[in-house]
Write a protein that binds this ligand. Sequence first.
Ligand SMILES: Cc1cc2nc3c(=O)[nH]c(=O)nc-3n(C[C@H](O)[C@H](O)[C@H](O)COP(=O)(O)OP(=O)(O)OC[C@H]3O[C@@H](n4cnc5c(N)ncnc54)[C@H](O)[C@@H]3O)c2cc1C
Length: 442
Amino acid sequence: MKDPIIIVGGGVAGLSAAVHLSAAGHAVHLIDRRQHLGGRTYSWRDEVTGDIVDNGQHLLMGCYAETMRYLDLIGSRHLAKLQPSLHIDFADVATGQRASLHAGWLPAPLHVFAGLLGLNTLSFADKLRLIPLGVELLWSAPWKEYALQHMSVEYWLQELRQSETARRHLWDVIAIGSLNDHPSRVSALPFFRVLRTAFFGKRSNASLLIPTAGLSEILVHPARKFVESQGGTLTTGSAVSGVIVKDGRAAGVMVGNRAVSASRVILAVPHYAVTSLLPRASAPLAASSFSSSPIITVNLWFDRRVMEQEFVALLNGRIQWAFDRGRIVGHSGDGQYLACVISGAADHVDEEKEALVRMAVDDLAAVFPAVRSVSIRHSLVVKEMKATFTPVPGSESWRPEAKTETPGLFLAGDWTNTGFPATIEGAVLSGRKAAEEVLKAS
Ligand SMILES: Cc1cc2nc3c(=O)[nH]c(=O)nc-3n(C[C@H](O)[C@H](O)[C@H](O)COP(=O)(O)OP(=O)(O)OC[C@H]3O[C@@H](n4cnc5c(N)ncnc54)[C@H](O)[C@@H]3O)c2cc1C
């Protein structure tokens, strides 16, 4: 291959860059340190049950336009199911109360507001206070993004007079789900953008897009196939130890003691891996400023069915979501396979597997009493310690662009400046942006 474009990192960002460059007729060589591609999105077949397990259940959204374009390109769009209308079932661990958010047939944004008005967990006064929040989402001023960037989600919601109940029963669920940390620690700007994009775009923007196959089957394997079919190569199990910069330009990468020459390099690694790969002068300052937040998934196989819904958001519990993996992805045999998610899980990462399983079972039993009379056939806990970067107030301005000061060197990754929080959509978009910068520079 003559002067291929080197991509370091085979997560969704690196794969997206590889797919877009391959589609434009360029030769790429992608290198990942792990034995498998996909980075923070991958799946495998569980040896005990034969079921497909994800490293963490992912929920995508109808507003993930880049992701859908990527799935179209690699041919796996049919493996993601878009809800006809936003629908979320809630169950309160403290009281056992049930509620459903169902966005009906009205045009956007009225469909979501009609759904919120129908929520029986919100009081009449809480529903009235949705009006100022809706106005706030509609209204924009040049300095508004700056102000939002520097305040927390919690502060912003208090400013908008959202009650404690409205926050715990609705807004915190969305904030923790999309930003993966407590609303007091994350910036209001990405939250504002999530709400605005979901509520005020097309009707389908607010709907959830649910992967109906393992993450590797939908996001990773078809991308590998696509890149290889265009003559690209993807190497796993090879750690890049540094980017070579000669005369101020990118000149290749070091893989162990071996230099691999290339005039164009895309670094698609997480923020915490960037600084050690670059000479001090070329490293974006922001890379070392971010912190990360964990996500824990407790996978439980029960000998009988306990939950009828496809997925449920749990209020006032320690687990926040329960997904019926059998209904979503498929499950071999009888019984039921549930994936229970704890986002913003810093308080729980040191707990042993048994304690986490007990915690998930207790929360589930509070809302699905059948759990008390069934047996657990198998369990598996997956802790992703650095699941997402934490968008603390002020951090939006740290996020670097795809193009760097060093000619020939480009950045991709969910932490770069995409306008999205750490998501599949942000990662796919960052890969496309890096590919476009490479093409411009070529
Ligand atoms: C449990 C969990 C649940 C999530 N839920 C959702 C969700 O519901 N919805 C959503 O949209 N997003 C979700 N996310 C976030 C989403 O998965 C990430 O934002 C996205 O996958 C990040 O992709 P990336 O390519 O930027 O980084 P990564 O996936 O981290 O890829 C970086 C790659 O670089 C490689 N690498 C690092 N250093 C080197 C080196 N020196 N040499 C070679 N390779 C190297 C790594 O091995 C890795 O493969 C979730 C994440 C997790 C972990």
